[in-house]
Design a binder for this molecule. Structure first.
Ligand code: FAD
Length: 288
């Protein structure tokens, strides 16, 4: 199944994001989570990859195995900034071999890569999208940022660049996580005004710890509403109450997004199933 085709059906789409495990124990946890989440019939699961270009075949293998063994539709994330065209071509060959038909085409973060070659083949995701589109082999998605990408001088400038990515062949977009829906709706208005008409799937992440929140917000430069911050502080020493609060916050976000027309939801799971299951159970029945 190509994600693009699935989006055309008009039914709300639900997906989960995983990262490739590094140890046997992590692999077991991922498979346990994926098995449990499969019962909720996600439209796809996506597998991240490293921006440094290390171990791209771990993502390929995970995407292939989750598809072959669990029957889950998979989207392989593919970052380009640390790869040559020849390497990208080889990764794609292997994805085809594994029967993976969907790619989320990304640049990758450049700040955490040591010794990035100045003569690299790719500087932006748009170039990767254009190359992949030319092959015709994959359904292509791209990333977008309701609160703007941290490197972009302004949201308007970022959206101009996003339009180039869509014009190059990105058929749908998945957002960076956000904790306040007003960012998504404002972004959507701007995106539409810029002539971008592909589906924009909101990415949500239930926060299960205060420390985790500051890591993510510092790295991704997303804002945190006062009531979320206050709740996480209040329940900092009570894991169960924190979990409940966090799931309720994300479920309320999800329900409003779906009710106001979002095409579906992409849940960042961090390879754990419990919060994702709770959120999806809260909203899926009502999604239509
Ligand atoms: P781009 O679309 O290339 O944009 C990057 C920046 O460049 C933006 O500021 C944009 O405005 C600007 N820009 C674009 N084109 C031009 C141009 N022609 N001239 C000047 N400026 C330009 N990272 C990983 O390492 N692995 C993953 O698996 C991964 N998965 C992700 C999944 C999602 C849904 C999201 C939202 C992000 C993910 N990321 C992942 C993070 C992503 O790689 C980083 O945010 C990265 O810094 C930007 O990637 P991009 O594909 O959005 O880049």
């Amino acid at each position: 199944m190509r994600v693009t085709e699935r989006l055309k059906s008009g039914k709300k789409l639900f997906s989960f994001e995983f990262f490739p495990p590094k140890t046997e124990e992590d692999a077991k946890r991922l498979f346990d989570s994926a098995r449990v989440l499969k019962a909720l019939e996600p439209d796809f699961v996506s597998i991240t990859n490293s921006s440094s270009g290390s171990a791209p075949y771990r993502t390929v293998a995970m995407a292939g195995v989750l598809k072959a063994e669990l029957g889950l539709e998979t989207v392989a994330h593919l970052t380009c900034v640390a790869h040559t065209r020849a390497e990208i071509s080889e990764i794609c060959r292997r994805l085809k071999e594994m029967n993976v038909k969907n790619i989320l085409a990304l640049r990758g973060d450049i700040h955490n890569i040591d010794g990035l070659s100045p003569r690299r083949d790719y500087s932006y995701a748009t170039q990767l999208v254009a190359d992949l589109k030319a092959t015709g082999d994959f359904s292509l998605g791209g990333a977008c940022y309701p609160e703007k990408h941290p490197d972009a001088p302004s949201l308007d400038e970022d959206i101009l660049r996003l339009k180039e990515k869509v014009d190059a062949g990105a058929e749908y977009l998945i957002t960076q996580l956000f904790f306040e829906n007003s960012h998504y709706f404002r972004f959507l208005d701007k995106v539409l005004a810029a002539g971008i008409s592909v589906p924009v799937i909101p990415g949500l992440m239930p926060v299960t710890g205060y420390k985790q929140l500051s890591n993510f917000t510092q790295m991704m430069k997303v804002s945190v509403p006062a009531e979320l911050r206050a709740g996480l502080e209040r329940w900092a020493d009570d894991k169960e109450s924190l979990f409940k609060f966090s799931v309720e916050h994300a479920s309320a976000q999800a329900a409003e997004l779906l009710a106001r027309g979002a095409p579906g939801l992409h849940l960042y799971t961090l390879n754990r199933s419990r919060a994702a299951i709770a959120i999806l159970k809260n909203v899926k029945g009502k999604a239509g």
